[in-house]
Write a protein that binds this ligand. Structure first.
Ligand code: SAJ
Length: 415
C-alpha cells in the first residue's frame, strides 16, 4: 500500500497543531482546520498560539515549505484527524459536542476509502459514534453489501505538555480500528513520524486504554492524598512515611498535594465512571478524594489564621504542577480564589514566578495581589505552599524569615 500523502487535521490546539506540524515535516501535505479565526491566522503565518517548546520550529518550517496550510474550512484528504476537546458536563457526563461537530464538518467532503482518526481522549465507543454521525450525513458511503467504505480508527495521544515534540516521536502509540484495515492504515500514517512501537487493537480497547492510563495515575495520587489526611490525624509526617515505605522493592507511592489539576487526569476517570457507574467504585472514589483535597487545605489555612479577621495570606504557586506556566484546571488557583472570598477584609498575596499577571478571576478580586516570594514572605501572617516549583524549593523558610507555625506546606518541600 502506498503511504498517505494528504491529511486534514480538525482542531489546532495542544494536540492537533503539533500533530499537523510533525506530519507536515515528514512528507505529508496537511491542512489544519479550526473554528477560531485568530488561531487559523496565527498558524497560517507560522506562529504558535500557545507555549510549547520546539513546536515553533516545526510549524514555521512546514508553513514555509507549503506543506501546512490552515483555514476554517475543511478540505478533502486521504486521512482526517479529529483533535478537538472532550470536556464533561456539570453532571460529570461526557460532552461530545465538539467531536460530533468535527465529524459533521468533514462528512460532506469524505470520499470512499478515506481514513478518519479520532485523537481526542474519548469515552468508550465514541469512534463508533463518529462513524454513525458520518453515515447519517452520508448514507451513500457504503459498498454494494452495505459495508462502510470509510475507515475509522482511534489513536489516543499520550504526550506530556512541555515535551510534546519529543514524545510525539518517541512514545509508543495505541491504534484501535473499527476494522483491522483501519488500524493498519492509521499505523501507516503515524509511522511517518513515530519511532515508538505502534500497537494495534480495536477502537473501544484503544479508547479505554487512554482513560485507564490517566485513571491509574489518579487512583495512585488519591492513595497518597488519603495518606496525607490519615497521617495528619495521627500526627505523622506523611512525606517521611512515604519515603520510608517506598524503600520496599515493590512499593512506589506517589506524592500528595493540594489536589489534582490539568486537563486530563481530573477529567478522564469520569468517562469510565459514566460508562460503568456501578462498577467503577474505586475510580470514582479516587476522583472524590482528590477533588476534596482543596477544601482540606482551606481548613488547614483557617487553623493557621485562627481568629484574625483581616489576615495576610501568601499563596505560593498557581500552576497545576511544578515548573510549568499552565494555570488551567489548577487546584492552587481555586484555593487562592476561595481564600480571597473567605477573607474579604484580608489580603491574598499570590506568588507565581511563571506568570506576569494574575488570571482574570483573581485579578478581578480586589484583595488578591501578585507578589514576589520575598515580599509575600515578609508581609504574610500565613504562608500556604501550593506548588513545588524549583523557585520555592531553592529557598528555605529560615532564609525567608517564616516561622514553622505560619506555614501550610501542601507539597512537603519545607516540612
Ligand atoms: N500530581 C500529584 N502527585 C504526584 C503526581 C502528580 O499530586 O505524585 C498532580 C500534579 O500536581 C497535577 C496532576 O497530578 O496537578 C497531573 O499531573 P501529571 O504530571 O501527573 O500529568 P499531566 O496531566 O501533565 O499529563 C498526563 C500524563 N498521563 C500520565 O502520566 C498517565 C500524560 O502522559 C498524558 O498525555 C496527559 O495526562 C493527557 O493529555 O492525557
Amino acid at each position: 500500500m502506498t503511504a498517505m500523502t494528504t491529511a486534514t487535521v480538525v482542531g489546532l490546539g495542544y494536540i492537533g497543531l503539533p500533530t499537523a506540524a510533525i506530519l507536515a515535516t515528514n512528507g505529508v501535505t496537511v491542512h489544519g482546520v479550526d473554528v477560531n479565526e485568530s488561531v487559523v491566522d496565527q498558524v497560517s503565518r507560522g506562529v504558535v498560539p500557545f507555549v510549547e517548546p520546539d513546536l515553533g520550529g516545526f510549524l514555521s518550517q512546514a508553513v514555509a515549505a507549503g506543506t501546512l496550510t490552515a483555514s476554517t474550512a475543511v478540505k478533502p484528504a486521504e486521512a482526517y484527524i479529529l483533535a478537538v476537546p472532550t470536556p464533561f458536563h456539570e453532571d460529570l457526563s461526557p460532552d461530545l459536542t465538539y467531536v460530533k461537530a468535527a465529524a459533521e464538518a468533514i462528512a460532506p467532503v469524505l470520499q470512499p476509502g478515506a481514513l478518519v482518526i479520532l485523537e481526542s481522549t474519548s469515552p468508550p465507543r465514541t469512534t463508533e459514534k463518529v462513524a454513525e454521525w458520518i453515515s447519517a450525513k452520508r448514507p451513500d458511503l457504503v459498498d454494494a453489501d452495505g459495508a462502510p467504505t470509510v475507515l475509522f480508527a482511534h489513536c489516543p495521544e499520550r504526550v506530556l505538555p512541555g515535551r510534546i515534540m519529543t514524545e510525539l516521536v518517541t512514545n509508543d502509540r495505541i491504534v484501535g480500528g473499527i476494522t483491522a484495515e483501519a488500524a493498519q492504515r492509521a499505523k501507516d500514517l503515524y509511522s511517518t513520524f513515530c519511532d515508538g512501537e505502534i500497537l494495534l487493537t480495536d477502537a473501544t480497547t484503544a479508547e479505554l486504554a487512554k482513560l485507564v492510563e490517566n485513571s491509574y495515575r489518579d487512583v495512585n495520587i488519591a492513595f497518597a492524598n488519603e495518606l496525607s489526611l490519615i497521617s495528619d490525624e495521627l500526627g505523622v509526617n506523611v512525606w517521611e512515611l512515604i519515603e520510608l515505605a517506598n524503600h520496599h522493592p515493590r512499593v512506589n507511592i506517589l506524592q500528595p498535594g493540594p489536589g489534582v489539576g490539568g486537563h486530563c487526569i481530573a477529567v478522564d476517570p469520569w468517562f469510565i465512571v459514566d460508562a460503568a457507574p456501578s462498577l467503577a467504585r474505586l475510580i470514582r472514589t479516587a476522583r472524590e478524594v482528590n477533588d476534596a483535597k482543596p477544601e482540606w487545605v482551606l481548613g488547614k489555612v483557617a487553623d493557621a489564621v485562627g481568629t484574625s479577621s483581616a489576615p495576610v495570606i501568601a499563596a505560593l504557586g498557581l500552576a497545576f504542577k511544578p515548573d510549568v506556566d499552565d494555570l488551567r484546571e489548577s487546584p492552587a488557583r481555586k484555593i487562592v480564589a476561595e481564600l480571597a472570598d473567605r477573607y474579604p477584609t484580608g489580603t491574598v498575596l499570590a506568588v507565581e514566578p511563571h506568570v506576569e499577571e494574575l488570571p482574570r478571576e483573581l485579578a478581578n478580586r480586589k484583595n488578591v495581589e501578585l507578589a514576589t516570594l520575598e515580599d509575600a514572605a515578609a508581609r504574610a501572617d500565613v504562608v500556604v505552599l501550593l506548588v513545588d516549583h524549583r523557585h520555592f524549593r531553592a529557598a528555605t523558610p529560615e532564609q525567608l524569615g517564616i516561622e514553622p507555625m505560619r506555614i501550610v506546606d501542601t507539597k512537603g518541600i519545607w516540612a
